[in-house]
Design a protein around this ligand. Structure first.
Ligand code: OGA
Ligand code: MN
Length: 283
């Protein structure tokens, strides 16, 4: 009989949890699925070990959480399955290229914060895992917000941040945005303090796509963003995922930021396949 119970293992702060006793390649029973969803909201980052997904079962699992979105960067789309994106440092013969495929992932960010309705959950698996480095780090932006003093939190609550794909590429030293991308992703504004639509908790909503503060002197706004990012990504707010073969990792972009740690892109092969669940307009 299909297992309706999942196992949730979380440590200390409860930020990040490992989920056991579930086979994501099989159809997960509704009750177990709802328990996974509840764990997702509670722990913000979930890890599933020893999973054997292919792109089809990866998509099937991810889309139970809601409609999936494509990516603005067409180069990373899977040829036949446009809702799967592939980031890898491997050429057609399977050799490391020496180049990490998307430098924007090496700096703290929240997925797609440069669009009006940014990503909700990202579901990632890694068919090829780096042996050294290439960890995925997460920072809990709800705890970072909760630790601000009250007056400051209140003042920040009035600010809006401009997020911009073009600027984000410049900041992370990636190839410049194309004219087509700029037309598809013009700058958008989001609140600096975001309310989680399911829990009501407030979080700092920042990351590399954040360009400046609306209505504030540009340099001053950039400095404020950088300062809050330093605050929010202190070690005490971080969960580090060290990849093993056959892991599936998923996270809630509405209350976290993440990045990849460096690895030797000329020697290691690191490939991730991702499917991303569409979110709502931040408020
Ligand atoms: C992503 C991302 C992190 C990783 O897929 O959105 O940032 O570890 N990837 O590759
Ligand atoms: Mn990302």
């Amino acid at each position: 009989m299909a297992n309706l119970e999942i196992e949730v293992r979380a440590e200390g702060s409860g930020f990040g949890a490992e989920i056991g006793a579930v086979d994501l390649a099989a159809e997960v029973p509704e009750e177990a699925f709802q328990a996974i969803r509840a764990a997702m909201i509670r722990h913000k980052v979930l890890v599933f070990r020893d999973q054997h997904l292919d792109d089809d079962s990866h998509l099937a699992f991810a889309q139970r959480f809601g409609p999936l979105e494509g990516h603005i960067n067409r180069a990373t789309r899977h040829d036949a399955l446009p809702k799967i994106q592939i980031f890898g440092n491997v050429d057609q013969s399977g050799n490391p290229t020496g180049v990490h495929p998307e430098r924007g992932t090496l700096v703290w960010h929240s997925d797609k914060s440069y669009v009006a309705t940014p990503s909700m959950f990202t579901v990632l698996r890694s068919p090829s895992v780096a042996r050294q480095g290439g960890n995925t780090l997460f920072a809990d932006m709800e705890r970072a917000y909760a630790d601000l003093d009250e007056d400051r939190a209140q003042a920040l609550g009035n600010l809006r941040v401009v997020h911009d794909w073009k600027r984000s590429r410049e900041k992370s030293n990636e190839r410049p945005a194309t004219a087509e991308e700029i037309a598809a992703a013009p700058p958008v504004e989001h609140p600096l303090v975001r309310t989680h639509p399911e829990t009501g908790a407030k979080a700092l909503y920042l990351g590399n796509h954040a360009s400046h503060i609306a209505g504030m002197d540009r340099a001053e706004g950039e400095a404020l963003i950088a300062e809050l990012e330093r605050h929010g990504t202190q070690a005490k707010y971080i969960y580090c995922h060290r990849w093993r073969d056959n892991d599936v990792l998923m996270w809630d972009n509405r209350c976290t930021v993440h990045c990849v740690t460096t690895y030797d892109a000329a020697k290691e092969r690191r490939i991730v396949h991702r499917a991303v669940v569409q979110g709502d307009r931040p408020f």
